[in-house]
Design a protein around this ligand. Structure first.
Ligand SMILES: *Cc1c(COP(=O)(O)O)cnc(C)c1O
Length: 388
């Protein structure tokens, strides 16, 4: 078995080899500009972009015209939030949660400086918000509700369909950052009453640097102000020459996700995830799962270990690529905003490790990881004088 083992599929996924094959011709012979409709080079590129648009739309139950290409999930979130805000005549109110991705939280914070009011709903210990919380927070001047579909750290699935129904009934646009949901759990923008939905290619086995925002068309009309101007591409909502190879890749990645979902392929990922948890819990005392186990993405396992530090644990098992609930690059090991949202302050010193299982992980790898974590936790606990 090759080491290291990649179990950080929330941070990014490897590019599926079939996706690489699909995009290569658009880096080589089909290099045309999709906006050059006067010759075959441009027409070939444009046809490929439109095919990809159809494939991404099909994954989420949208129509192709509702897909706007972006440079990734972050830009899609920015376009959704600033786009709605800028289309309003005056600053209003936004409802979101306190454990969104920074690509949602930071634009909201920025808008607060511009006179907007933002309600950050607290999530429960289980890592969930309720539709009743959203309803109670609505005001006459609420212009947008933004609640993620699946949290990127603890993998909890929010009640996005019920929130969508509520927002639609009140005529308030509903944005959902579905970067960690699309391709992993069923998402249908029509049935779920979603107006704006964020997709990030590199979370679904496509390349980095490309994503999409679904923008609902039809009645009631959704007003969105473009954030990048310069040529009027993408229905005027996002100018800039299209990244044809990346877009083709995202289309292929979406097609593969749809096939995998239809074939029940996610059940295999959930099985590996459950095998990992059963192994850890059989071998290690005082460990637990952070966040709801019932409302959870199949690929996510987020485990707390008493009496061990995240950084020390990750150092002790360098051949396993995982992530922790702390900002691991910074010198001060502060807990993440997500962990702070679901735990009490005095509980934040215990290790919190995110295991993200993906399409290319195997049972053999999972069993190796169980052994490695077990051994590392035991060694670190033996060194911890507080545990005597
Ligand atoms: C990865 C991610 C993003 C950002 O997407 P990029 O393509 O990396 O910009 C936004 N939201 C969530 C929930 C994510 O997981």
């Amino acid at each position: 078995m090759d080491l290291p083992i990649y179990l950080d599929n929330h941070a990014t996924t490897p590019v599926d080899p079939r996706v690489v094959d699909a995009m290569l011709p658009y880096l080589r012979e089909h290099f045309g500009n999709a906006a050059s409709r006067s010759h075959s080079f441009g027409m070939v590129a444009n046809a490929a972009v439109e095919r990809a648009r159809g494939l991404v739309a099909a994954l989420i139950g949208a129509s192709p015209k509702e897909i706007i290409w972006t440079s990734g999930g972050t830009e899609a979130d920015n376009l959704a939030i600033f786009g709605v805000a800028e289309a309003c005549r005056e600053p209003g109110h936004i409802v979101t949660t306190n454990f969104e991705h920074k690509a949602v939280l930071d634009p909201c914070r920025y808008l607060e400086k511009k006179g907007w009011q933002v309600t950050y709903l607290p999530v429960s210990r289980e890592g969930l918000v309720t539709v009743a919380q959203v309803e109670a927070a609505l005001q006459p001047n609420t212009r947008l509700v933004s609640v993620m579909a699946v949290n990127n750290e603890i993998g909890t699935v929010q009640p996005f369909r019920a929130i969508g129904e509520l927002c639609r009934s009140r005529g308030i646009p509903f944005h959902s950052d579905a970067s960690q949901a699309v391709g992993k759990i069923p998402v249908d923008v029509v049935a779920d009453h979603i107006d704006l939905l964020t997709i990030a290619s590199h979370k679904i086995y496509g390349p980095k640097g490309v994503g999409a925002l679904y923008v609902r068309r039809g009645r009631p009309r959704l007003a969105l102000a473009p954030q990048i101007h310069g040529g009027g591409h993408e229905r005027g909502l996002r100018s800039g020459t299209l990244a044809v190879p990346n877009i083709v890749a995202l289309g292929k990645a979406a097609e593969l996700c749809r096939e995998e979902l239809d074939a029940g392929g996610l059940a295999e990922i959930a099985r590996l995830r459950d095998r990992l948890w059963e192994g850890l819990c059989a071998n290690i005392d005082d460990c637990w799962i952070n966040g709801s186990t019932e409302h959870r993405s199949p690929q996510n396992l987020h485990v707390g270990f008493k009496g061990v530090e995240s950084q020390a644990l990750m150092m002790a098992m360098r051949e396993v690529a995982v992530s922790s609930g702390s900002a691991c690059s910074s010198a001060n090991l502060e807990a993440s905003h997500v962990m702070k949202a679901i735990r009490e302050p005095d509980e934040l010193s215990d290790a919190a490790i995110r295991f993200g299982i993906g399409r290319f992980n195997t049972e053999e790898q999972i069993d190796y990881v169980v052994g490695k974590v077990t051994e590392s936790v035991a060694r670190l606990r033996a060194l911890n004088p507080l545990l005597e």
